[in-house]
Design a protein around this ligand. Sequence first.
Ligand SMILES: [Zn+2]
Length: 376
Amino acid sequence: MTSAIDPVDLAARLIACPSITPHPAGAFDVLEQALRPLGFEVHRFVAGEAPDGPVENLFATRGTSGVHFGFAGHLDVVPPGEGWAGDPFKPEIRGGLLYGRGAVDMKSAIAAFVAACADLDLLQGTVSLIITGDEEGPATYGTPALMRWMAERGIRPDMILIGEPTSENRLGDVVKIGRRGSVNMWIDVPGVQGHVAYPHRADNPVPKLARLISALEAIHLDDGTDTFQPSNLEITAVSTGSTATNVIPGTARAQLNIRFNNLQRGEDLVALVRRTAEAEAPGSRVEARISGEAFLTPPGRLYDLVTRAIREETGVEPELSTGGGTSDGRFLIALCPVVDFGLLNATMHKLDEAASVEDIRTLHRIYGRILASALA
Ligand SMILES: [Zn+2]
């Protein structure tokens, strides 16, 4: 296939921008310069303030009629860390691999999608790119801000493909059709501090917290579904803040995380933990932060387009998974069906992050097939 844009070259130019969240570092300029000649209207806006912002966001669109296909992604990357063989922001190809921070997660996928757009007839359907500079961070001013921007203008794609790296062993072997939800909670059990030799003058919160933890561990949330594993509660830390051997501590604290499927809602889980805490350790305080609800894209058109394109291009039959960490699909699912599919994720966030050059070219062709059939 001849293409007006070489996805490997565009990926390298994006990687050369050290866009560690939330710094755009020129990456959005590179993307805009690639999109404008393809006939895209490019809208950019900055949202939020320090410390979580300001965050650069980009919405680019081409066409006004027919099926509206959306592609979502992020140009920010996690910090490179120490110990790379080369410079993480000087992309280079060695042994068929493109090295650099963001090669896998997920600048190459954005480049592959832009290259697929370059191959497409100008007048077919509507294509939009929804690109944020804050996916790896708190996401406060990222995709949710883009969605507000779109809602104000009445923009709503019919389906959204997210280019996150989902493949495990071979390109195309795993597609994510949903993710589990996640909630963190912190429980403080109050007591009365005192000398261990005078326990009648103190009230030790540790045994109460221990009973509470046993009660939490004993809760059976659900058995999972055909597409989701069972919801799971894990205690992730326990502390009293005291290390003295002769002091009964004044408070005891536990931290927990629940990864949950679409049989549960974050709010209900928080209420359940609060009720349990009140029963086992009266007076305790529960703080909660819901990172995202569980979501699932049921079988349908997008699902079929993605799996067929992978099968036709690679011969691989993708597994439809809901495992792993969350993605911005947790927000975008409010608009339309969402599927995540991209490169092999083995080196994401690691030292010497690298993507196979061959895979980037194959991903370009797969995205091309998805796009062509979606808009046909
Ligand atoms: Zn990512």
